[in-house]
Design a protein around this ligand. Structure first.
Ligand code: FES
Ligand code: FES
Length: 875
């Protein structure tokens, strides 16, 4: 689905009929063109007021664009300019400095933000409530008012802490973080809270053109003809590009080059996000309007949308590929055929998980600017700028050094920005036209284009002895990977590797298949296959526990992996794995107490690798430079997407160099190859900290001379492929977590979550807790309400943020985080990583708690599919 067409020329909307609208902005009268589709567009596109962010315009469902209209908080993308005429509009730019500071410092001190994209809108809503109610504003009340907002990063806990701090008049003093292990404010937290630190869509170089994409209306069809004439003649249009304009490689991909950046005449579409044309115009509005005028003649083909049928079919679902089985991952140990029948108890269950949308709040945006030397500079919010550079260069048919890609910290990603979305098309336009071009996706285009979390069908057979000790697990998994490969084969490989959870299992037999279909593409998403597999494995553990007659906690205690045990595909676990049992032990008193109190209780235990592993050689570098002006630059190349990698880099520098944090400047340096690849797999902190530490040590050994680049490197090049040796080290590190879900035994409402996470070493406990709170929020949604289904045509059926089932603040139960620190051998400071493990145990724990409510075993996610909710409205 593409957004509704916008009229090419809007009628004048002000009463004077002059085609202009006048209102007061931040105390000053302004006049804007009348043809903007809403107030947000006028603010951002004409007035360059960028603190209100555009997460979903014009649907009004994310809250990022909240402003004050007179004295009410309202989302600006739902305000027609007719309604703004003669009124007073206030944005964060217009608040008095002491008030701005109060909010900025409170959010910084409380850790109330991660990527920051949602926060300016939330601050405006909070301001209205605090102005009205002051200290009488309750947390519950504020949570209800935040119903018009989404935050995908924080779980809202620390956002509410920050608002409470302002409402009660407590002074916030954000502390700069110290060395490793100290609490402290996130790097650039105050600028982020106020919306002052720009995202790509906030950049506005002179002469900028805007690109809009024409997406296919058929998920699987031959493309007979693409007619661009009407679009070319539309007002403001500079060019319309098709595949015929691509100078070199038509297909890109992180691993397999199977994803066309544009589908040519004579080619075929393979999913609903395929791009057929790029329209470039003087304004975003003109580009989007004209993109509707591209005419395409399709020869429809029946989409293959059932992965089982696609596996069995001789028909190839995806254009240019040679079969529908993308990958098969398998391993076996022991003798499952003998062990299962000999087991005292056996369970057999089919688990099914759903497709899920990342719903990062910042839709994908790219800007490309021709360089004076004839090259091209691309601003990307992607998770792997070197992959972006290589792929863009291949599309343009130029040497890699003619393309530079600069990372701009993004507004959330969670794995969904690993593949390129609009980078190649934007670069192509700027390259051919010789002018800066920006392309920002609408929310609907974002839904259609980027890869999702895999739905996986998992059939499990598992046995245990009389005491509940696991004897054997057999698992067969089939994942719907959608059309193009992305990293789908790696996700299913990871699901296979994590199939037995953090347990000792003597006999294992696992097979996992990724299937190509014409459904939305699936790829990386926080947890990367481990969530799905461990929802199944935790379900198995609880079913076996019931048969044995012991609690879920006891079942896990009897089977949890110990140092020296052989795990999963044969890895001998190191001392770091003691964290799994430690997490269980931390939860025991909470578990016992809740059961004694008659609550419905479920527990989940999980592990998730940190780093890529599986034989991949991971090398990352960082640079430390003492400047003549006293500042110390720390340069790295990781993508900051709210997880806090900049803060980690700063804290390591403070720790190693013994300097004040104020002296440290963290710089994302993509001008030189610091060699990290994708920011993925919970590895940024682990690898980045190692590289910065090494750079600091090099500086120290050399006397910290000024204006010298000190290079440090961290290397993990000692993992194995599954099956490479008898006991492969498939991953260098794992994070561990146990989560307790407590529900009301009468209503089944989740009352609270206690999350014990072994992170190895918490570099910054405040940020660590925030990561866990955010992932528990995501995990509860995954368990209960979130889904992103597609129909028989291969098109998603839930095309608004509100329909995805993401939990709103008032529906999030209290989340208590307990950080556990069992150091990881061979890792800097013992770090294990925290980003991905966060929601691995959640769905299993929720399923067990709900079983305690009604005795029903649940094997399908989500367990309570949502009906689309409604916003609480404007204040
Ligand atoms: S951009 Fe206005 S509510 Fe999302
Ligand atoms: S901090 Fe709220 S969406 Fe990232």
């Amino acid at each position: 689905m593409t957004p509704p067409p916008v009229p090419l020329v809007s009628p004048p909307v002000n009463q004077t009929g002059t085609g202009a609208v006048t209102f007061t902005l931040n105390g000053r009268p302004v006049t804007v063109r009348a043809d903007h589709p809403h107030l947000l567009a006028a603010l951002r596109e004409e007035l360059d007021v960028t603190s209100p962010k555009d997460g979903c315009s014009p649907s009004g469902q994310c809250g990022c664009c909240t402003v004050m209209l007179d004295d009410k908080a309202q989302v600006a993308c739902q305000i027609p300019l007719t309604k703004a005429e003669g009124r007073s509009v206030t944005t964060l730019e217009g608040l008095e400095e002491p008030e701005r500071e109060r909010y900025a410092k409170a959010f910084a001190a409380c850790g109330g933000l991660q990527c920051g994209f949602c926060i300016p809108g939330i601050v405006m809503r909070a301001k209205v409530q605090v102005d009205k109610k002051g200290a009488a504003l309750t947390r519950q009340d504020m949570a209800r008012h935040l119903g018009a907002h989404l935050c995908r990063c924080t779980g809202y806990v620390k956002i509410l802490d920050a608002i409470e701090m302002v409402a009660t008049g407590r002074e916030a003093v954000p502390l700069a973080p110290g060395g490793v292990g100290s609490r402290g404010a996130r790097y650039q937290a105050e600028e982020l809270a106020l919306g002052d630190r720009g995202y790509i869509d906030d950049l506005r170089p002179p002469g900028l053109l805007h690109a809009a994409l024409h997406l296919t209306k058929q998920a699987r069809a031959g493309i007979k003809r693409i007619q661009t004439k009407r679009a070319q003649m539309a007002p403001g249009v500079v060019a319309v590009l098709t595949a015929a304009d691509v100078p070199d490689a038509l297909k890109v991909g992180i691993i397999h080059k199977d994803w066309p950046v544009l589908i040519p005449e004579g080619g075929c579409t393979s999913y609903a996000g395929d791009v057929l044309a790029v329209v470039v115009a003087e304004t975003r509005q003109a580009a989007r309007a004209a993109s509707e005028l591209v005419e395409v003649t399709y020869e429809p083909l029946k989409p293959l949308t059932d992965p089982l049928a696609a596996m069995a079919s001789d028909e190839v679902a995806v254009w240019g590929t040679d079969g529908n089985v993308l990958s098969r991952s398998a391993y076996a140990r022991g003798n499952v055929d003998a062990a299962l029948p000999a087991s005292a108890h056996v369970v057999h269950e089919v688990f099914e998980t759903q497709r899920v949308e990342h719903a990062f709040l910042e839709p994908e945006s790219t800007m490309a600017v021709p360089r004076p030397d004839g090259g091209l500079h691309v601003y990307s919010g992607g998770q792997g700028v070197w992959d972006d550079r290589d792929q863009v260069a291949s599309v343009l048919g130029v040497d890699k050094d003619r393309v530079s890609v600069e990372l701009v910290s993004n507004g959330g990603a969670f794995g969904g920005k690993e593949d390129m979305s609009n980078q190649a098309q934007t670069a192509l336009a700027a390259w051919l036209l010789g002018r800066p071009v920006k392309c920002t996706l609408s929310r609907e285009e974002s839904f259609l284009m980027h890869p999702k979390r895999h739905p996986i069908r998992m059939e499990y057979w598992a046995g245990c002895d009389e005491e509940g000790r696991l004897t054997a697990v057999r698992a067969r998994m089939i994942g719907d990977s959608g059309a193009y490969a992305s990293v789908g084969m790696k996700v299913l490989e990871r699901a296979a590797g994590h199939a037995t959870g953090p347990y000792r299992v003597p006999s294992v037999d696992v097979e996992s298949i990724a299937v190509r279909t014409n459904n939305p593409i699936c790829g990386a998403f926080r947890g990367f296959g481990a969530n799905q597999a461990q929802f199944a494995m935790e379900g198995v553990m609880d079913r076996l526990a019931e048969k044995v007659g012991i609690t879920g906690w006891e079942m896990r205690k009897r089977n949890v992996v110990h140092p020296g045990d052989v795990w999963g595909p044969g890895q001998v676990m190191d001392e770091g794995c003691a964290g799994a049992e430690r997490c269980l032990d931390v939860l025991q008193p909470h578990y016992d107490e809740a059961r004694l109190a008659g609550r419905a209780v479920g527990i989940g235990l999980g592990l998730k690798n940190s780093g890529l592993g599986n034989g991949f050689k991971e090398v990352t570098k960082a640079v430390v430079r003492f400047r003549d002006d006293g500042r110390v630059e720390v340069r790295h190349g990781w993508t900051e997407m709210g997880q806090g990698i900049h803060t980690v880099a700063l804290q390591v520098a403070v720790e190693e160099l013994g300097i004040e944090p104020e002296r440290v400047m963290v710089i994302v340096d993509t001008s030189r190859e610091l060699g990290q690849g994708q920011t993925t797999g919970s590895r940024g902190t682990l690898m980045g900290a190692g590289a910065v530490r090494a750079a600091c040590q090099a500086a120290t050994q050399d006397g910290c001379r000024t204006e010298v680049d000190y290079l440090g490197e961290h290397r993990v090049d000692w993992t194995h492929h599954i099956g490479e040796v008898e006991n492969p080290v498939i991953h260098s590190a794992f994070g561990y977590a146990a989560q307790l879900v407590v529900a009301d035994p009468a209503s089944g409402q989740v009352e609270r979550v206690v999350a014990a996470h072994d992170v190895g070493r918490a570099v910054n406990p405040t940020l660590c807790e925030g990561q866990v709170e955010g992932s528990v929020h995501m995990g509860l949604g995954y368990a209960l309400t979130e889904e992103f289904p597609a129909d028989q045509r291969g098109f998603p059926t839930k095309m608004t943020l509100r329909s995805l089932g993401i939990l709103r603040p008032k529906d999030v139960p209290p989340i208590e985080v307990v950080l556990v620190e069992v150091p990881q051998p061979r890792s800097p400071y013992g770090i294990k990583g925290v980003g991905e493990i966060g929601l691995v145990p959640t769905a299993g724990a929720v399923a067990a708690a709900l079983h305690a409510v009604d005795g029903q075993w649940r094997a399908t996610l989500p367990m309570r599919p949502s009906r689309a909710g409604t916003a609480d409205g404007d204040d």
